[in-house]
Design a protein around this ligand. Structure first.
Ligand SMILES: [Cu+2]
Length: 147
């Protein structure tokens, strides 16, 4: 009876471990456990945002990026084990845009502030937060409150 319980517990633990390992392998890239909001100036169009996206994607530990041209924000989901917000802001600066850290949130705080997951936005790389979400100003206020 006890032995049976122990062996089935061991089985469950093995299965869970396997699942976790597999999940990490499937997501070969970085996993975001923090969200850096970078206040960025000098962005005017979608080619600015793609230049920033490219620069950030080259940095190890960057899982997902969002560029809000109109709102002047660059939002980066990153792995705290592999990079840090200062480095991310520097990458954006190196790409030719003045950038500094506005807020650093957990993915949960980001979700609370914006009502969505990072990267799950139709306008993720192309531009503004969209009028139907209250516009950029509201979005920025929400993010600051989430700090
Ligand atoms: Cu541009």
């Amino acid at each position: 009876m006890t032995l049976k319980f122990i062996s089935s517990t061991a089985l469950v633990i093995t299965a869970v471990t396997l699942l976790v390992v597999l999940a990490f392998h499937v997501r070969a890239g970085a996993t975001a456990n923090a969200v850096a909001v970078l206040k960025t100036t000098g962005m005017t169009c979608s080619s600015c945002s793609s230049a920033i996206t490219k620069a950030l994607k080259r940095e190890s530990g960057v899982a997902v990026t969002e560029v809000d041209v109109a709102g002047g924000l660059v939002i980066v989901g990153y792995d705290t084990q592999r990079t840090k917000p200062e480095t991310l802001a520097q990458k954006v600066s190196d790409a030719g845009f003045s950038s500094n850290i506005y807020a650093v949130l957990t993915p949960e705080e980001f979700k609370q502030a914006t009502g969505r997951e990072i990267g799950r936005s139709a306008s993720a790389t192309t531009g503004c937060c969209g009028v139907n979400k209250g516009g950029c100003t509201n979005n920025r206020q929400n993010l600051a409150q989430g700090e």
